[in-house]
Design a protein around this ligand. Structure first.
Ligand code: VNL
Length: 392
């Protein structure tokens, strides 16, 4: 306890006085990976850790002449813990880069540490649009909710869905999904009858779904974070919502590849919009899925794994681009503007917004070889985060 207080006191003064925080010694390149390995978002932590380790296994544990050291820390999904760990990693371990961040409040808690210590911070999972504005040192390797929600606002009204109730987790990404889906859906002539928000922690969907049944929309639009989709799907089916003529549409967070196979055949036909499916039919993705499953006892990679895997790519290539120039700003500069083929398709790290520009797909749940997959049937190319397009 005493040691922790001392560390905190020292780190705080070093950060606030703007003292130079020496980075790792010259022979190692340290990546501090902060993830929820326990608690409600633990599946996200497990997916990203596995993906980061796969990237290192495939690409080697040296980069730009330095030995890569991956330091994985469990923040248990609590923002205060994320912040303390970020501080310790920067001050004690002298990491070159911070990465991970499973939920929006966790990313926001660490942002001031990245800014004060000038340490690049790669957000691999959290997806509220405003996160990248919390620090100029943040680069995102996953996606934003506005980016994937707008596609559904275009698809639904063209496919017989005229009225919708939205149901989202009541925090940053849910608010983004609700806003950007609804605005686009109504612009296209649809009507949003009601907007429902469920608590993030231990949600009970039953009373909300009962309300939706009474309101009888053509469809229910859902966003819940990765790991919570199966619970919504189960209750949706148990209440016979589909039989009452209410379709489910959602962002791909709900039909998450990590859980999809456990949702049962009732999920077949659900249409979602998202940036990654394990069924994406490219050679790069087939190899990624096969290697990931081989290294992790058949576990299927989801969009969180891809955010982690691509985040490692962004970090490795930035280290090479910085060409031995030490320090956070050079590494950050090396992250901006990268273009590469990800398992999800072609991506660009936009130098202005530090967001991923990527293709967004419409997908339908189908059974192939006895397993459920999100099968892509349409694509919107090179989508920027719409929240930032408006501002520019
Ligand atoms: C967030 C967004 C988390 C989307 C998620 O799963 C997700 C977030 C843990 O920003 O908190 O699927």
């Amino acid at each position: 306890m005493l040691r922790r207080h001392l560390v905190q006191a020292l780190s705080l003064s070093a950060l606030t006085l703007g003292l130079p925080l020496a980075h790792a010694d010259d022979s190692t390149f340290k990546i501090g990976l902060i993830l929820p390995m326990t608690g409600q978002a633990a599946s996200t932590g497990k997916q990203i850790e596995a993906a980061a380790k796969l990237y290192i296994a495939q690409h080697g544990d040296t980069v730009a002449g330095k030995k890569v050291e991956l330091i994985v820390k469990d923040d248990t999904g609590l923002p205060d813990v994320t912040k303390r760990i970020a501080q310790e990693l920067v001050v004690n371990d002298k990491v070159d880069v911070l990465a991970g961040f499973g939920l929006t409040p966790l990313a926001l808690a660490a942002a001031p540490i990245a800014t004060q210590s000038k340490t690049p911070m790669v957000v691999m999972a959290a997806a509220t649009s405003s996160i990248t504005e919390a620090s100029p040192f943040i680069v995102r390797s996953g996606f934003t909710l506005p980016q994937v929600s707008v596609a559904m606002g275009d698809w639904a009204p063209k496919n017989g869905i005229k009225s919708v109730v939205t149901l989202v987790s009541d925090y940053g990404p849910g608010n983004d999904a609700e806003k950007y889906f609804s605005e686009r859906f109504e612009l296209n002539g649809g009507k949003v009858i009601d907007k429902l928000r469920v608590p993030l922690r231990n949600p009970d969907f039953a009373p909300f779904l009962q309300k939706v049944r009474d309101e009888k929309p053509d469809a229910l639009f859902v966003f819940v974070p990765s790991g919570n989709g199966a619970a919504v799907m189960k209750q949706f089916l148990e209440r016979g919502m589909d039989k009452a003529g209410i379709k489910m549409i959602a962002t791909g967070d709900v039909t998450d590849d990590d859980q999809l196979n456990d949702m049962g055949d009732g999920a077949i036909g659900v249409v979602t919009s998202h940036h990654y499916s394990a069924a994406h039919p490219s050679a790069v993705n087939k190899k990624f899925v096969a290697d990931f499953e081989a290294a992790n006892k058949g576990m299927r990679p989801n969009f969180m794994a891809v955010g982690g895997y691509d985040g490692m790519r962004v970090i490795y290539e930035a280290a090479k681009n910085a060409k031995g120039q030490g320090g956070g700003p050079a590494l950050l500069a090396g992250m901006k503007g990268q273009i590469f083929e990800s398992p999800r398709g072609q991506v660009l790290i936009d130098a202005q917004t530090r967001e991923v520009v990527q293709d967004v797909y419409l997908r339908k749940v189908e059974k192939k070889d006895g397993q459920l997959y999100n099968v892509e049937f349409d694509v919107i190319k090179s989508v920027k985060d719409p929240a930032k397009v408006k501002q520019q």
